[in-house]
Design a protein around this ligand. Structure first.
Ligand SMILES: [Zn+2]
Length: 381
């Protein structure tokens, strides 16, 4: 009878009635565990998939809650043990448990470092002359699954394409930004709540993770002067807890057009064209007054729901409209801060959340899905 037959019987059935008998049974088990582990390590690990399989199998054989060696020992030896033997069986069982800790999956994987070079591990096929040839070219190749474009990237590119066609160009800037470019130059006063460290990630008193892509507006004005027509896609950071509509890291696209005689009509016309290109010809835009420190006047843009055409549905929360963007005429002080004369030039700007656009367009109800890297989700795009 092997030790593995013995663990399916009670000590009484095995006729073991003293400490010495118990100890020698457990010694036999430890030896078996060590033997199986050594055998696996000696076997080597040519391939990742095989390594995972082998390690899991050994772990399960010994440590699985249901039917593993340890659980059988617990069930058949420890639990039914009589009063006199219980302490020694318990003691031995604990010792075995500590001993088999190195059969945990992670420990096994660690003990089996993956061979970097898969090829030399494989048995070399013999050529016609009986000599080993380096590789069997008749074997099928490794198939690597094709990736796809992340929905947020896809959305961003769609937005970029529309504005590129209108003659805008793409500008980018640093994600670690000075408070001057992130706040001061944009006319955001010292006392503004968005400067609070509950809202903004500060690196030090003068440096932040940018809270919007707007600092690039100032940088571009300084760099190019007027006229100017750019869009600014990029990552932004705010002190938000992740939930279905917030993320501490998110994506924005801003647009900025500066020239002589630019009016609010240009802004409305451009954004109307933009949403029609993105959501379809039938979509209408709605502008409502709003306030931002860096634009005057400022507005919020909503589009008629492209799903229900304004009738009310789940996507538009029964309102018929979807709030999408903030916009306005660039504040004269902001133009001045960028080195542009507001007496001669005027401009408009807008800002939108790319993640939100992607959620609306692809009907996704949880923003976190974008950032969790779950292939089941991502493979749909
Ligand atoms: Zn709707």
């Amino acid at each position: 009878m092997t030790i593995f037959d013995k663990i399916s019987r009670t000590l009484q059935e095995l006729g073991v009635s003293d400490a010495q008998g118990v100890e020698s049974l457990f010694a036999e088990l430890r030896k078996a565990a060590e033997h199986e582990r050594a055998e696996l390590v000696a076997r080597g690990t040519p391939q990742q998939a095989q390594r995972v399989g082998l390690c899991k199998a050994l772990r399960d054989r010994w440590l699985a809650r249901k039917g593993g060696v340890l659980s059988q020992v617990d069930e058949n030896w420890l639990k039914p043990a009589g009063k006199e033997l219980k302490p020694v069986v318990g003691n031995q069982f604990n010792k075995l448990r500590r001993f088999t800790a190195n059969l945990e999956f992670e420990k096994l994987v660690e003990a089996l470092p993956l061979q970097q070079e898969a090829a030399p591990q494989m048995e070399l096929p013999l050529g016609a002359a009986g000599r080993a040839v380096p590789w069997d070219l008749t074997l099928p190749g490794l198939r690597r699954p094709l990736g796809s474009i992340h929905p947020v990237t896809r959305m961003q590119r769609e937005i970029e394409d529309i504005f590129l066609r209108l003659g805008f160009w793409i500008e980018s800037g640093p994600e670690i930004e000075s408070t001057y470019y992130n706040f001061d130059a944009l006319n955001i006063p010292e006392s503004h709540p968005s400067r609070d460290d509950w809202d903004t990630f500060y690196i030090d008193a003068k440096t932040v993770l940018r809270t919007h892509t707007s600092p690039v507006q100032i940088r571009a004005m300084e760099k190019y002067g007027a006229p100017l027509s750019i869009i600014i896609p990029g990552k932004c950071y705010r002190h938000d807890n992740p939930d279905s509509t917030h993320s501490p890291m998110f994506h924005q696209v801003e647009g900025l057009a500066i020239d002589e005689d630019i009016t609010f009509a240009d802004l409305k016309g451009t954004l109307d064209f933009f949403v029609k290109m993105l959501f379809g010809e039938k979509v209408r835009t709605r502008f409502q007054p709003s306030f931002f420190p860096f634009t005057e006047p400022s507005g919020e843009v909503a589009v008629s729901c492209f799903v229900c055409d304004g009738q009310g549905c789940r996507v538009c929360k029964e309102s018929g409209w979807i709030e999408l963007m903030g916009c306005g005429m660039v504040h004269p002080q902001v133009l001045r801060n960028g080195g542009i004369d507001p007496e001669k030039y005027s401009g408009w700007a807008f800002g939108l959340g790319v993640d939100r656009f992607a959620m609306v367009k692809y009907d996704i109800n949880d923003m976190q899905l974008f950032f969790q890297g779950d292939l089941r989700f991502l493979e749909q795009f």
